[in-house]
Write a protein that binds this ligand. Structure first.
Ligand SMILES: [Zn+2]
Ligand SMILES: [Zn+2]
Length: 199
């Protein structure tokens, strides 16, 4: 059955735009051999096969930046998706999921973080690369706050004998606590929960 002039015109357009035989056939509801014959008559070369997956040419850091939305005073908000469970800002790059704050940290510092990353500024949910701190950075920032607010103590050890120099951590308001004690408490809590769940 000959193609209608409108179909021929549309097919010609599609082939000139680089459509594959398969795509053109699907679009117009005609067979691929008809498309092939038409292509030969027009002298248009076969379209190259599309890549298996459309992979972003951006680096992980560049992709992360596309979701950063500057707000006031250098803070940035997340324009991408979040995890359902904890609302953590995340994005996908080459089929892998990344935490926005971890990549934002790398953008600013040029290295991977130690431990988890938090925003050490007063803007709720900030993801500005310059405001991200990892464990050592966070401890430094909060230790300075502890001194300013008079919460820093001179004790070399905690009540259970962990050395302050290595184990001291701080809450966002600068209150000091022992990191080793907190880890032990958390581990004990997890063990209790596991024991309860197993019952
Ligand atoms: Zn901020
Ligand atoms: Zn301790």
């Amino acid at each position: 059955m000959p193609l209608s002039p409108a179909t021929v015109a549309r097919l010609t357009d599609l082939l000139r735009q680089g459509a594959t035989d398969r795509a053109a056939a699907r679009e117009l509801g005609i067979d691929r051999s008809t498309v092939g014959r038409h292509r030969a008559r027009l002298g248009i070369e076969r379209a190259p096969k599309p890549p298996a997956t459309t992979r972003s040419t951006l680096t992980v850091e560049e992709k992360c930046r596309t979701f950063l939305r500057p707000v006031e005073a250098g803070h940035m908000e997340w324009g991408g998706r979040r995890t359902k469970s904890s609302s953590t800002p995340v994005f996908t790059h080459h089929e892998r999921t990344y935490t926005a704050r971890t990549v934002a940290f790398r953008i600013a510092k040029g290295r991977a973080p130690e431990g988890y990353v938090t925003a050490e500024c007063d803007h709720e949910g900030c993801v500005a690369p310059e405001h991200m701190e990892d464990e050592p950075g966070r401890t430094r920032v909060r230790a300075a706050l502890a001194i300013i607010t008079g919460q820093e103590t001179e004790r070399p050890e905690c009540a259970r004998g962990h050395r302050t120099a290595e184990q001291r951590r701080y809450l966002p308001d600068g209150s000091p606590y022992c990191g080793a004690c907190q880890s032990a408490t958390k581990a004990a809590q997890r063990a209790r929960e596991k024991a309860q769940a197993g019952r």
